[in-house]
Design a protein around this ligand. Structure first.
Ligand code: UDP
Ligand code: MG
Length: 338
């Protein structure tokens, strides 16, 4: 595998509206670094014209490499496909919607080289452009992860980070089917530094992280790192056992002096409460067993449909231009000047 100095990995799911803006802003940054680079755009089974447009843009930017997955597998798994494909001595992962500013990449690379660290985290110094809902749910998520996973989890570091080849090789060798990189990377303990950045607005299109995907990420994060939920059943069980002993003694005492406890309400509550707790505990067990089951099946987490590094795909229609495609505008300006 011939290495380049830098790979920029970007998972994209239905990003037709954002892709031109992304390319128009990323390219001058990378060209300005004056190091050999590649951009690994991982198409996560988009149903819009993302792939067709990427292939079109690639004609003018050979460093843009398109890795298309066969179907949508989710952000983290698409990232995994990108990390597998990347050939860089340093690898940066970045979102396609320009919420992570590409200009910071240069700063990350300089810091990694100057301070000789393996990981440089992009740390959000301001996320006021995110919705209140997003900030609140992210707040709860990171609060929980800090307690369950460890204090090294940064509540402001997402998936915008630079990693050395050593880190990427370790990640690629992980047998875990669905690693949550923002937790796995800090847990490895490589030397690291941080670069602050302001999180911007999504440049175009809508978020591809609906509530259902956020919940899935949360479950993957918890089960991937902690068996604590399984222990909850033990502790609640012990507590209710002690409580039961007290109640039995009280009831027997009342019975021995001839007063029976008027008990419908308490009986009802106890049955419902314990039934509910038991179901929750069985459900938690199910979350772990489901993952063990999936792991033993050993099916691939993703399948690559094509990688332009290996073969140029045929049969892709040309993507219709959008009214505000900046890459087209740049190209036109370039043509009129030359
Ligand atoms: N993404 C992906 N697959 C998915 C969902 C999202 O590859 O199933 C990509 C998406 O195209 C973007 C990145 O993951 O580049 C982050 O998604 P998004 O910006 O929608 O998330 P948010 O910033 O709203 O949390
Ligand atoms: Mg985003």
């Amino acid at each position: 595998m011939s290495l380049v100095a830098l790979s920029v990995v970007t998972p994209m799911f239905n990003e037709r509206e954002a892709v031109d803006h992304f390319v128009a802003r990323l390219r001058p940054v990378l060209d300005g670094l004056a190091v050999p680079y590649e951009v690994v755009a991982v198409d996560d089974g988009s149903s819009d014209a993302t792939v067709a447009r990427l292939l079109q843009l690639r004609a003018d930017w050979p460093q843009l490499r398109v890795v298309a997955l066969r179907r949508n597998v989710g952000h983290q798994t698409a990232l995994r496909a990108g990390l597998r494909a990347a050939r860089g001595e340093h690898v940066v992962s970045i979102d396609a919607d320009l919420q992570d500013p590409p200009e910071v990449i240069g700063e990350m690379l300089a810091k990694a080289r100057a301070e000789q660290v393996d990981v440089v985290y992009g740390v959000r110094s301001d996320r006021s452009t995110d919705t209140v809902f997003k900030r609140r749910t992210a707040g709860v998520y990171y609060w929980m992860m800090k307690r369950l996973v460890g204090p090294w989890v940064s509540d402001q570091a997402g998936d915008f980070r630079l990693m050395s080849r050593a880190v990427v090789d370790v990640l690629n060798d992980l047998p875990e089917p669905r690693p949550v990189y923002r937790l796995v990377v800090p847990s490895l303990g490589f030397s690291s530094a941080e670069v602050g950045y302001v999180r911007e607005d999504r440049v175009a299109g809508k978020t591809k992280y609906p509530l259902s995907k956020m919940i899935k990420l949360t479950f993957d994060s918890i089960t991937g790192f902690s068996a604590a939920p399984l222990k909850i059943a033990t502790w609640v069980g012990l507590l209710s056992f002690v409580l039961c002993l007290v109640l039995i003694i009280t009831a027997l005492g009342a019975w021995s002096v001839g007063t029976t406890v008027p008990g419908w309400t308490s009986l009802y509550i106890a049955v419902l409460l314990l039934g509910g707790i038991q179901l929750i505990c069985v459900g938690m067990l199910g979350e772990y067993i489901g993952r063990i089951y999936a792991a033993t099946q050993g099916r691939p987490a993703f399948l690559v449909s094509f990688d332009t590094d290996q073969q140029e795909p045929a049969g892709f229609a040309v993507a219709d231009p959008l009214p505000d495609d900046p890459a087209d505008r740049l190209q036109r300006e370039h043509e009129t000047i030359s």
